[in-house]
Design a protein around this ligand. Structure first.
Ligand SMILES: CC(C)(COP(=O)(O)OP(=O)(O)OC[C@H]1O[C@@H](n2cnc3c(N)ncnc32)[C@H](O)[C@@H]1OP(=O)(O)O)[C@@H](O)C(=O)NCCC(=O)NCCS
Length: 140
């Protein structure tokens, strides 16, 4: 089930975040900021099977303008099951299928993921992450 982020999801999301982005995980403060700034488009995917109610993934999306994926991460156990695709599909409904995203140049899986979704390379921002370039990928 996809639903809006709730404050009680925070601990589960922080665990997913640390695993997904060990170099630069968002803090709880950052997530709580986005819970306000993107209140309708900070979404979680909850696994309701057997009443496990486990948080499997999250996405944060800025719906203004052409739309921007701020962050997305899926718990390792739940990867490659289409959950990331479903979350992106859900937020894209708000921007008529348009979006941009920055991706670490070394993140081969994310590049595959966005290419699979139809994104293409727009430009490269040198040292965007301090230690690494960002690829700006867009879906038009
Ligand atoms: C990137 C990420 C969100 C993808 O989530 P996911 O739910 O596993 O993705 P999906 O199951 O929807 O995959 C869709 C397609 O993306 C590509 N893809 C996803 N994972 C892949 C992998 N490990 N290797 C190669 N291609 C992959 C495939 O084309 C896949 O389609 P297929 O399974 O039919 O071959 C997830 O791997 C993740 O959380 N990574 C760590 C955090 C991160 O890098 N986030 C993005 C930074 S902006």
């Amino acid at each position: 089930m996809i639903r809006k982020f709730r404050r009680s999801d925070l601990d589960a999301i922080l665990r997913i975040e640390k695993q997904a982005f060990p170099k630069s995980p968002y803090s709880s403060f950052t997530f709580l900021y986005y819970a306000v700034a993107c209140s309708n488009t900070f979404l979680v995917y909850e696994d309701e099977r057997k009443n496990s109610n486990k948080i499997a993934a999250y996405i944060i999306f800025y719906p203004e303008g052409q739309g921007h994926i701020v962050s997305i991460a899926v718990h390792p156990v739940y990867r490659r099951r289409g959950i990331g695709t479903e979350l992106v599909g859900e937020v894209l409904k708000r921007t008529k299928g348009k979006a941009s995203v920055e991706v670490r140049e070394s993140n081969e899986i994310a590049k595959e993921f966005y290419t699979h979704l139809g994104f293409s390379l727009r430009t490269i921002i040198p040292n965007y992450y301090g230690d690494e370039n960002a690829l700006v990928m867009i879906l038009l």
